[in-house]
Design a protein around this ligand. Structure first.
Ligand code: IMP
Ligand code: MG
Length: 185
């Protein structure tokens, strides 16, 4: 059986339940709407992990926006980025002179977002800010902080709500900690 129960068997504990995420996303949406009041923004989803957070967050934001998507792949294993980031799909909206909000699933070492921000700034946008669902500040290797953050999480490997382990678990409606034996074998 490959049902929800099977998926849940890989989960050690629920870290952030569905209802809590929903509430927090609305709070972030309210803050973002207030901060950009009267402006038009370009909201960029970092595929694939941010997709679910992005869809919910965008609907909680009330200012005019254009949505775009970027694909990136970072060399490294499933649990850690190497710091070398490759763009597999660029956004097609012109961001020059625009307010850009990057939406990411989790900030870990910080390499991915440092690279993305630097790359997007070369296109001379009016501003670049970061919204991430989760932040693992204990693992930071470069100095960077999200402008909007859903939850700070401990140094554990988490999945669900877009976050994956080897491509799986993204469809879990909550954030869970993966059982160590799942990635041990
Ligand atoms: P950073 O460049 O180290 O900040 O890495 C961020 C990326 O690593 C995220 O976009 C995720 O794809 C991945 N990542 C880091 N920690 C986790 C985790 O606990 N679960 C799932 N993916 C993670
Ligand atoms: Mg990711």
């Amino acid at each position: 059986m490959w049902g929800k129960e099977f998926m849940a068997q890989g989960i050690e504990k629920v870290l952030v339940p569905e209802e809590e995420i929903k509430k927090r996303v609305q709070e972030l949406g309210d803050r973002i709407s207030k901060d950009y009041d009267g402006e038009e923004i370009v909201v960029i989803c970092v595929l694939k992990g941010a997709s679910i957070f992005f869809a919910d967050l965008c609907r909680a934001i009330t200012v005019h926006m254009k949505m775009d998507f970027m694909g990136i792949s970072s060399y490294g294993d499933a649990q850690k980025t190497s710091g070398i980031v490759k763009i597999t799909k660029d956004c097609d909206t012109s961001i020059t002179g625009k307010h850009v909000l990057i939406v990411e699933d989790i900030m870990d070492s910080g390499y991915t977002l440092t690279y993305l921000v630097r790359m997007l700034k070369e296109r001379q946008p009016a501003s670049v800010k970061i919204a991430c669902l989760l932040d693992k500040p204990s693992r930071r290797e470069v100095e960077i902080t999200p402008d909007y953050c859903g939850f700070t999480v401990p140094n554990e490997f988490v999945v669900g709500f877009g976050l994956d382990y080897k491509g799986l678990y993204r469809n879990l409606p909550y954030i869970g900690v993966l059982k160590p034996e799942v990635y041990a074998n």
